[in-house]
Design a protein around this ligand. Sequence first.
Ligand code: ADP
Length: 156
Amino acid sequence: MTTAIYPGTFDPITKGHVDIIQRASRLFDTVIVGIATSVRKTPYFDLDKRVAMVNAALSGFANVTVYALDGLLIDCAKANQATVILRGLRAVSDFDYEFQLASMNRALDREIETVFLPATQEHAYISATMVREILSLGGDVSGFVPEVVSQMLSRG
Ligand code: ADP
């Protein structure tokens, strides 16, 4: 049994995130989506709203669970018997940060491996940062987030 943990801010969850989760759910027995509190990033959506949007977007996946991540990722992985940290790679620009993050996590715990999945071409340009930017300017983000999330966003 291999459990992977997919950490992120998911502010908000996008079609790119869902694509990574969907593909990972076929590779691993269990996928835990870990939603970081990310207090230092001052998220656009509060934790409850981000968790609600992720739960709504992933309701069809039997082997995916959603957790609010509190504390060190490695500790949360261990507590949930996860041996893989899952991350998505969109472009070369993601690489420096992701490589550093993977190396730091590896230095903290050698038993846990980071696995990267490449973004699919149609989702590679989607970023939560730009979704937030469009939202804050009153634009339409329905092409970038799951349908159910789009509905939640338009309800406010
Ligand atoms: P963070 O706050 O750490 O940047 P995000 O929630 O933005 O986390 O993203 C979590 C993970 O999902 C990261 O590994 C990121 O590279 C990946 N990711 C984000 N958007 C996409 C996308 N469109 N396609 C594939 N992977 C993505």
